[in-house]
Design a binder for this molecule. Structure first.
Ligand SMILES: Nc1nc2c(ncn2[C@@H]2O[C@H](COP(=O)(O)OP(=O)(O)O)[C@@H](O)[C@H]2O)c(=O)[nH]1
Ligand SMILES: [Mg+2]
Length: 280
């Protein structure tokens, strides 16, 4: 099995940047890929946020196994004490629910300011998450209606802008990217499956076969049906390639092509709606 590798220097820098962004806000929106609700969450987030409230979004819910997703929603709400919303940033219009939750989560902070004799101000928010989970899509939806750029505030050193989403919410227009750590290879592979890891960091064949192994456990029927496989044969890239007549040299199965196709089909939700994390 190939190892997924990336660079500690980048991680330290990314963590520092993330911390700086979080220091600027009252509420953090953590975007999670609904297909891997545990593997795309950030283990260090509690430490990073301290007392700061968090809104958790299970994004790409349109690609996830709905039943299992409801299990994870309940589980994570109970574990964290924070609300979880299922979202589909590429389509639906659940934005007002997100806005209401943000205002609700930030209310305490604003009340405290007022109690100290300060003027009330909008709740400040940042969107964070691993690569490709839909952070920019969420930000775009939130700021679509909002035309006013509030402009730079003290402490914003880079090119981030505050955008007034509504009178109660100011959003940073740049997301915080959660760095990937390589100590947990199982998790790293699942992140690769959902395209959250740079393609240079892994080999398609290994990741695609691992994906098939996971699907075989919980969603065997979907894979057999989609690729018209024989029930009594193992679900392998080779088997899929032969069934589809993807052949390489000397009539051998084209594993390389099968790997690309399996990952592409899975990511587009063509094989079915799945969750790759275990419920326990
Ligand atoms: N099916 C589906 N695709 C989504 C959803 N949200 C985002 N995407 C797609 O996922 C890809 C990455 O989204 P993006 O917002 O750029 O992610 P970011 O890297 O976290 O900023 C894009 O192709 C989006 O169109 C969603 O809820 N469902
Ligand atoms: Mg982005």
């Amino acid at each position: 099995m190939t190892h997924i590798h990336w660079y500690p220097g980048h991680i330290a820098k990314a963590e520092k940047q993330l911390k700086e962004l979080i220091n600027l806000v009252d509420v953090v929106i953590e975007v999670i890929d609904a297909r891997i609700p545990v593997s795309s969450s950030y283990p260090n987030i509690k430490k990073l946020l301290g007392e700061k409230p968090r809104l958790i979004l299970f994004n790409k819910a349109d690609l996830a196994d709905e039943k299992k997703l409801d299990f994870f929603k309940k589980h994570i709400e109970k574990e964290t004490g924070f609300p979880v919303l299922k979202t589909c940033a590429s389509k639906s219009n659940d934005i007002s629910i997100i806005e209401n939750k943000i205002a609700e989560l930030g209310k305490d902070k604003i009340d405290k300011l007022v109690a100290k004799g300060l003027l009330p101000r909008p709740v400040r928010v940042v969107v964070v998450g691993m690569p490709n989970v839909g952070k920019s899509s969420i930000i775009n939806k939130l700021i679509k209606k909002a035309k006013t750029k509030v402009g730079a505030k003290a402490g914003v050193t880079r090119q981030q802008q505050w955008v007034r989403v509504n009178p109660k919410i100011d959003l940073l227009d740049t997301p915080g990217i959660i760095p990937l750590k390589q100590e947990d290879q199982k998790k790293a592979k699942k992140l690769a499956m959902v395209n959250s890891v740079s393609e240079n960091a892994y080999e398609n064949e290994a990741v695609a076969q691992e994906l098939l192994n996971i699907l075989e456990k919980s969603y065997k029927e979907n894979v057999i049906e989609y690729y018209s496989l024989d029930e009594n044969e193992d679900i392998t890239l080779e088997h899929i390639a032969l069934k589809r007549n993807w052949l390489a040299k000397e009539g051998r199965a084209d594993i390389t092509k099968a790997a690309v196709m399996v990952l592409t089909d899975f990511r587009a939700g063509r094989i079915g709606k799945f969750i790759l994390d275990d419920e326990n």
